[in-house]
Write a protein that binds this ligand. Structure first.
Ligand code: ATP
Ligand code: MG
Length: 562
């Protein structure tokens, strides 16, 4: 991890060089081009931060362009969610909202232009035949028998393809480049296929659809994109990208590739995310365990944390897998500064303060955020009967366990010192069901006037005042860091973590009663939690665990076991 002023990465170096040489007249124009066939994920966030961030840095423009060339898989729901997610991340495309489908007429005209130049032809080979004549890495492909059709015949056939005279898949339009090229993308790639499918914007106007390669670069050119930033798998499409632009003689954007983001304990392919949603392994695209932007949002992530994470992972040509812990750390850092603290007990153990009068209660002052003096204080009700976390008591405490145990004194956060005097157990199971304690009234606020110290501070809630609420404890969706690495016959689904969601009834300080949906808190000593944006109601919040705190006790225990 680096500081906040990283040195220029290679893409910004290219841009600064271009600005110096005046290559694009000093203009910087980028685009983010999602295909509307799923919700955006954290990998897209990296691309969004890079494209929009670059435009901001160089006072340029970044367009949001829906790459909707593939009519079968696209839906309005995805178009809407993508816009919402980009905006939520904090970016603005201004006037620059486009759809590749807006360019279908222009693309068709350009295709006709290439036919007239003798650079494209209508081919009658079936998909199978085309595959069989493509050649291999070591063997050149074979020219299609239709490659030398006359310009007139090609123009006629292409127009009739458009007019719907031929069945789906019967013919294609192909660029006439070089069947012997070492680069497969240049072996007469398909530009158009016949496909009768309803398009979410153009309806049934078209029955021929452009391929990605034919549509993408030309769309960039129409929008006068200067730097067309994409992921590495398009590196060997670049010669084709440049070929189309050059043959058409139109404005030439520059394609630059960077390594995609991969994260441990999750999957990022849209196909797999769709499978998780469709087969109900998760509750939807915005399930808080999903690596989607909407999932992270619902989980309690902030746009700032996601942007900080994208900045830290940097931009390079080398693919790797980033540890999910980086993302979690970015969130902790951010919420540590801005999340108000609250007391909540998730696995309760009852404590009775024997020397505290029955029926009495009082209000104690608690600091809202020690990291932010401006956040002020609040009142916490205290009474004779409390819940503490079951984990904060051990009948037979191991070394270095500084919390409550028989005969031991600890501090209750913002309250008093208490001492455990006896333990009540279930006569059948032997389970501890209640602790009897005494408190020292002189330690109000958490300090002893005689200067005596306690080693542990634990959190608590007053039972008669507590707000009972559903709390959802989320963990990684997969229990393997590389869930897609599976032996033959196994699926990434076999690595789903059966414990990725645990629902508990928690007891919260009453101040949380009116927590607004989407609001974030640190439950002291437990982690950061967010009131669920869908299921929370005023007066009846439901909390999602966004991320745990770095758990020192778990680390100590691990060390002792070794
Ligand atoms: P699919 O999973 O269907 O192949 P995709 O991830 O390529 O889809 P697109 O909608 O085409 O999805 O992506 C839009 C943009 O986001 C593209 O420019 C793509 O390069 C970028 N992008 C997608 N995944 C990542 C990732 N993991 N890291 C960085 N950028 C990404
Ligand atoms: Mg794609």
């Amino acid at each position: 991890m680096t500081n906040d002023t990283p040195s220029l990465h290679f893409i910004h170096q290219i841009i600064e060089d271009d600005n110096r040489s005046g290559k694009h007249g000093g203009r910087v124009s980028t685009r983010f081009p999602p295909e509307p066939n799923g919700y955006l994920h954290i990998g897209h966030a990296k691309s969004i931060c890079l494209n929009f961030g670059t435009a901001l840095k160089y006072a340029g423009q970044c367009n949001l362009r829906f790459d909707d060339t593939n009519p079968c898989k696209e839906e309005q729901e995805y178009v809407d969610s993508i816009q919402e997610d980009v905006r939520w991340l904090g970016f603005d495309w201004g006037e620059g909202l486009y759809f590749a489908s807006d360019y279908f007429d222009q693309l068709y005209e350009w295709a006709v232009q290439l036919i007239k130049k003798g650079k494209a032809y209508v081919c009658d080979l079936t998909a199978d035949e085309m595959r069989d004549t493509r050649g291999t890495l070591t063997k050149p492909g074979k020219n299609s028998p239709y490659r030398d059709r006359s310009v007139e015949e090609n123009l006629d056939l292409f127009e009739r393809m458009k007019a719907g005279e031929f069945p789906d898949g019967a013919r294609t339009l192909r660029a006439k480049i070089d069947m012997a090229s070492p680069n497969f993308n240049l072996r007469d790639p398909v530009m158009y296929r016949i496909l009768r499918a309803h398009h979410h914007r153009t309806g049934d106007k078209w029955c021929i659809y452009a391929t990605y390669d034919w549509a993408h670069g030309q769309s960039d050119s129409i929008e006068r994109i200067t730097h067309s930033i994409c992921t590495l798998e398009f590196e060997n499409h670049r010669p084709l990208y440049d070929w189309y632009i050059q043959e058409l003689g139109i404005y030439a954007p520059q394609q630059i590739e960077f390594a995609r983001l991969n994260l441990t304990y999750t999957v990022m392919s849209k196909r797999k995310l769709l499978e998780l949603v469709r087969d109900k392994h998760v509750a939807g695209w915005d399930d808080p365990r999903m690596p989607t932007i909407s999932g992270f949002r619902r989980r309690g992530y902030t746009p700032e944390a996601i942007r900080a994470f994208c900045e830290r992972v940097g931009v390079s040509k080398y693919s790797g897998v980033i540890d999910m812990a980086w993302l979690e750390d970015a969130l902790r850092e951010e919420l540590n500064k801005r999340a108000p603290r609250a007391l909540a007990v998730l696995r309760p153990l009852k404590v009775v303060i024997e020397n505290y009068p029955e029926g009495k209660s009082e209000e104690l002052d608690a600091v809202n955020n020690p990291e932010d003096p401006g956040a002020g204080t609040r009142k916490l009700p205290f009474s004779r009967e409390l819940y503490i976390e079951r984990d904060d008591f051990r009948e037979d405490p191991p070394k270095q366990f500084f919390r409550l145990a028989p005969g031991r004194e600890v501090r209750l956060r913002w309250a008093y010192f208490i001492k455990c005097t006896s333990v009540v157990k279930d006569s059948k199971t032997g389970e501890v069901t209640e602790l009897r304690c005494t408190y020292d009234p002189a330690t109000k606020g958490g300090n002893a006037p005689d200067g005596r110290k306690v080693k542990g501070t634990i959190h608590w809630v007053s039972i008669p005042h507590a707000l009972e609420a559903e709390v959802r404890l989320y963990d990684h969706l997969f229990n393997q860091p590389y869930p897609e690495d599976v032996p033959e016959g196994k699926s990434f689904l076999d690595n789903l973590n059966p414990k990725s969601l645990e629902v508990v009834r928690g007891f919260l300080e009453p101040n949380l009663k009116n927590a607004a949906p989407g609001s974030r808190y640190q439950f002291e000593r437990l982690g950061y939690f967010c009131a669920d944006s869908k299921d929370s109601q005023t007066g009846k919040p439901v909390f999602n665990r966004s991320v745990t705190l770095a758990d020192t006790w778990a680390k100590i225990e691990k060390k002792e076991k070794k």
